[in-house]
Ligand binder design. Sequence first.
Ligand code: NAD
Ligand code: MN
Length: 496
Amino acid sequence: MTYQLYINGGFRAAFSGKTYSVHNPSDNSVMAEVALAGKADADAAIDAAREAFDNGAWRNFSREERSMCLKKLSDKITELTPLLVELEAKNSGSTVRKSKEDVFLSAKCLNVYSKYALKELNEDLADVSKAGMSRNVVRYEPLGVVAAIIPWNFPLKMAVWKLGPALAAGNTVVLKVAPDTPLSVLELAKHISDCGFPAGVINVITGDAETGDAMTSSLKVDKVAFTGSTEVGKKVMMSAAGTLKKITLELGGKSANIVLDDADFSIAVDGVLYGIFYHSGQCCEAGSRLLLHEKIYDAFLEKLVERTKRLKIGDAMEKSTEVGPLVSKKQQERVLRYIELGKSEGAKVLTGGGVPAGFEAGCYIEPTVFEVADNKSRLAQEEIFGPVLVVIKVKDDADAVRVANESIYGLGGAVWSQSDERAMNVASQLRTGTVWINEYHLLSERAVFGGYKQSGIGREFGVEGLKEYMEAKHIHIDEARTRDKKPWYNTVVSPA
Ligand code: NAD
Ligand code: MN
């Protein structure tokens, strides 16, 4: 299989002629050769998006026309489900069960944005000046060219999370997929033209830091929408500063999963498992710190460790698999280094802590639970992005809040309690963008998602998320008409 870059409505090789191989992390076999985009390709894609924006091809479509294109792309994802599920599972190590859900949710996401595309956001402001003096309108207009840069943990979902709002708002897009996981998005790109998008409205390229930097620094790009590590997020912000681009950054986390002493074990134990081991912990909002109330500490941990040991590790394509491989050798090695660091810091391994026996060919890590004495340890502070849970004992609700907030991050988190009021009291004190009460991971296109502190800037989803892809413009229309009614004649300009 070979895949090329999708630029200006067609597929072509990279200018350099370079390609690279992408792998299946379940067994490290080679899946496909993919064109490797460099700076010149990024520039070509940006030029195409710039032209498509400036010539009005997309911007001047009616809302209904834009909505229709998004709906067709959503329907196309649904139609291609079996192929996309297979590509996601094989190329990213996302279990087939999760991949099915991701493809379904990707179609749903574009469907939601096909409706957002129809939304009237413009406002007529009342009482800005004396009645009859002026009419004031706030209009929301597209920004122009959006550079979208996405990670490998949810290849298709991350793509539509950017494409949906950017396109609904009337922008054109250059989307750079993550180097390890380009296949599902490039497969979908084959159908973009058929869905009615004019050439250049959506462009899909590959590449890594150099290509990404060509996008974030370009004078022709108006906004960067980035999801990835906090470390790279800082570089993106610096690079975008050169031309003062608008940015939204969805970055890392070290979210606290807080289990209070009145939690219902029959759901909280599995809730904690789901919070951290879903997609082998490769989620920005993963509940990677378990803050456990001292009264239930031993009893809860015993159940949790026992359940963790029973999780079924396996090939991502196997229906019975609960925990698949990590995305790549590089990530596997990184997580193994963190496990060694934890041990050297004196943290105690309660289960896991290595590569599972019999799975040496792939990029696997055993679901691992560490007991950590100090929330200030590196293991408790740094984003590991793997199936590694750190458990910290807390004295009471106030202590849980204090420890949860003792982090440079603030993306997600949860509270498990049978009292909604008590949980709500804790939730409202957490300095984090999303809090679940007796739940984890569930997001909605209708509710804001994003980070406090170093977990990001800006929000995705909801009307707030859509406005991140728009400029707001105030138009003041004079209604005084005659010279004598205009108040400015009384200040600077002398009456005639
Ligand atoms: P990354 O942040 O390097 O990559 C994210 C995206 O940014 C990719 O498309 C990448 O090609 C691009 N990129 C890299 N350098 C860039 C630059 N200088 N300018 C513009 N774009 C650039 O993530 P990674 O290296 O694949 O993973 C490393 C760690 O990042 C993980 O272990 C994890 O801790 C974290 N991470 C977090 C998320 C998240 O959703 N919050 C996602 C992926 C990775
Ligand atoms: Mn990187």
